[in-house]
Design a protein around this ligand. Structure first.
Ligand code: SF4
Length: 343
């Protein structure tokens, strides 16, 4: 699946054409028959239709913007990394629960930044400020950058850059399968590629326009064969009746696919479903028929947030049960794997 399949419109910032990558993407999109429109101003993407929240959302998800990253202040990215690496924002996937649904406005387009070398130079500066400590960068904090990798090539470039960094490491997580360009790279084990997976039931119900589980596991196997440190993110874990059976099945499928070896550098991250009141109202506007469980009075407790808004998480008892379940199953099926967290 590529972004082109869903692409309805493309906008370019004029300055993007000052960069080789901008020219290359422009030419490719033209060759594919896409109409390219130029934006008048960097921060205002006008021209995406949408008379109601649902239409605006879907039109945004079918829009690509190619531009220049102006601010090179990298946001922190706790707890999984020190900094975000901003190569792309947005994603063509349509996951009902996606965290980005409250971050990217009502028309969540995907934006590729073409000044990749400037972004990597900034990463080099941040690495040098912290050495000899290792500095970790997350490239998927506000996007699924693999979804547009066939156009941008920026992850492949970043993997090469980090291969040369003694004190810098890259990581990203994805549901998409465009990994071909990563496989031959001399990555030196400095990039960790994780796959976001879930039970078949959750994928089918809530993760629209994304590769299915089998496709993700095939891509994961390929990056493992290419020697990358790897892992899976199982999120969001949704605790509906039968969840133990569904997630046990998922872990078995993973074990069958991976031919897990004791030498593999493989890590698990497990995150339970949570939502804010704002996320829920956005989700209900765009997906009025959703059956994503978001009843704050059932199985949930309110957890106060750092910035004054809190979220609904599962009750302590349920979370304990979930932690015990995943810890036991993972240790049994993947004895040497690391569990980074179950939260
Ligand atoms: Fe969001 Fe990831 Fe789904 Fe894209 S694939 S919509 S980034 S959850």
């Amino acid at each position: 699946m590529t972004v082109a399949g869903h692409l309805k419109r493309v906008f370019f910032e004029k300055e993007a054409l000052d960069y080789p990558l901008g020219k290359q993407i422009y030419q490719r999109l033209k060759d594919e028959g896409h109409q390219v429109q130029f934006l008048r101003s960097h921060n205002r993407v006008t021209g995406i239709p949408g008379n109601n929240p649902r239409e605006a959302f879907f039109q945004g998800k079918s829009t690509l913007v190619v531009g220049v990253r102006k601010t090179l202040d990298f946001a922190p990215c706790k707890p999984s990394a020190h900094y975000q690496l901003p190569l792309v924002t947005g994603c063509e996937g349509i996951c009902e629960y996606c965290y980005l649904n409250t971050q990217l406005g009502k028309k969540p387009y995907t934006r590729i930044y073409v000044n990749v070398e400037e972004i990597l130079n900034q990463a080099a500066l941040l690495i040098s400020q912290r050495k000899p400590e290792i500095t970790l960068f997350e490239a998927a904090a506000t996007s699924d950058p693999v979804s547009v990798e066939p156009y941008s090539g920026s992850l492949a470039r970043a993997i090469e850059f980090f291969a040369e960094q003694e004190y810098g490491r890259l990581r990203f997580v994805t549901k998409f399968t465009h990994v071909d360009s990563f496989l031959e790279l001399d990555h030196r084990g400095h990039t960790r590629i994780r796959y976001s997976i879930n039970s078949d039931r959750v994928i089918r119900a809530y993760e629209h326009r994304t590769p299915n589980l089998q496709q993700r596991l095939q891509a994961l196997s390929r990056v493992i064969e290419a020697g990358y440190p790897s892992g899976v993110l199982i999120a969001p874990v949704i605790l509906v009746p039968g969840w133990q059976r569904d997630y046990r099945e998922l872990l078995h499928q993973l074990a069958d696919y991976l031919v897990y070896s004791l030498e593999m550098d493989f890590a698990f991250e497990i995150i339970s479903h949570r939502f804010t009141a704002r996320a829920r109202s956005n989700i209900l506007e765009v997906f009025p028929q959703t059956d994503l469980p978001m009843d704050e009075n059932t199985d949930r407790k309110y957890k106060y947030g750092q910035f004054g808004y809190g979220k609904y998480v599962y009750t302590d008892d349920l979370l304990e049960e979930m932690k015990a379940f995943f810890t036991e199953e993972i240790h049994r099926l993947f004895p040497q794997a690391v569990i980074n967290y179950v939260i």
